[in-house]
Design a protein around this ligand. Structure first.
Ligand SMILES: NC(=O)c1ccc[n+]([C@@H]2O[C@H](COP(=O)([O-])OP(=O)(O)OC[C@H]3O[C@@H](n4cnc5c(N)ncnc54)[C@H](OP(=O)(O)O)[C@@H]3O)[C@@H](O)[C@H]2O)c1
Length: 250
């Protein structure tokens, strides 16, 4: 494919995707490779990471299994990752509990992966000068962290609000190096995260009716927004949260 003169092209960009072993991260990695990027994938599950590797287009890609909440594992990732023109911080976890019942035991694991691990990852990548000048960083937040305040989503929503806030501070702090920082805020997306949890199939069907476009998102719906923010098409966009939610927060 000829990517010349295509502002959405990702050729000559080396991009790290966390959470690349499933769902939105996996689809984002595959779609980025289709637009010419060289991918570095990370996730905990080596088998599923290799499945993503097998679906990438082009060559030169690599996969590094790591638990981002484990300092040793994170250090090994940083050691091997190399220089980056793009970073998609997608690894995350949900957790349904009313905030009034949320003990530290319920809060900590969600904040560990959704907030503390991304901030530590950023610190180490910047310290080792892995993020090239002019790079683009995209955090996968959630409408739960902005406009969608639903019962049971308080712990998760607060963790996503925290990373969304951090995203704006990075935008200011890294602007002198022309490094951009943005987020996407998806509504409900059909991935493993929403399946088999506390919410039944029936409840999902009822919830879907609240979406003006009458469906949940597919991972591609989010991946294409991420690609826009990674590409040179968005070179004047930083500190922005792109809501991708089928209109549910209108
Ligand atoms: N699905 C939705 O409705 C929705 C809506 C809004 C935002 N989001 C956000 O989108 C992102 C991706 O979620 P998804 O829906 O694609 O869910 P998913 O399929 O469950 O993927 C979650 C990913 O995060 C990785 N991960 C979790 N904990 C990790 C850790 N400690 N270290 C390294 N990797 C870890 C998982 O890796 P392993 O499987 O290898 O352990 C997996 O690749 C999350 O940040 C989520 O909050 C999802």
């Amino acid at each position: 494919m000829d990517f010349m003169n295509n502002p959405f092209s990702l050729t000559r960009k080396r991009i790290l995707v966390t959470g690349a072993s499933s769902g939105i991260g996996r689809t984002t990695a595959i779609e980025c490779s289709r637009l010419g990027a060289t991918m570095v994938l990370t996730g905990r599950d080596e088998t599923r990471l290799q499945e993503t590797m097998g679906a990438l287009m082009g060559d030169g890609h690599s996969a590094i299994a790591a638990d981002l909440t484990d300092s040793q594992s994170l250090a090994q990732l940083i050691e091997r990752v190399g220089n980056l023109d793009g970073l998609v911080v997608c690894a995350g976890q949900g957790g349904v509990v009313p905030l009034k019942l949320a003990s530290r035991q319920r809060l900590d694991p969600v904040f560990e992966i959704n907030y503390f691990a991304p901030v530590e990852l950023m610190r180490l990548l910047l310290k080792k000068k892995c993020i090239n000048d002019g790079a683009s960083i995209v955090f996968v937040a959630s409408i739960g962290g902005i406009d969608s305040i639903t019962i049971g989503n308080g712990v998760y929503g607060a963790s996503k609000a925290a990373i969304n806030s951090a995203m704006k501070f990075y935008a200011i702090e890294l602007a002198p190096k022309k490094i951009r920082s943005n987020s996407v805020c998806p509504g409900m997306v059909n991935t493993g995260m929403i399946k088999g949890g506390a919410v039944s199939e029936e409840q999902h069907k009822t919830d879907m009716e609240k979406y003006p476009l009458k469906r949940y998102g597919e991972p591609e719906d989010v991946a294409y927004g991420i690609i826009y923010l990674l590409s040179d098409a968005s070179s004047w966009v930083t500190g922005h949260s792109l809501v991708i939610d089928g209109g549910v927060t209108i």
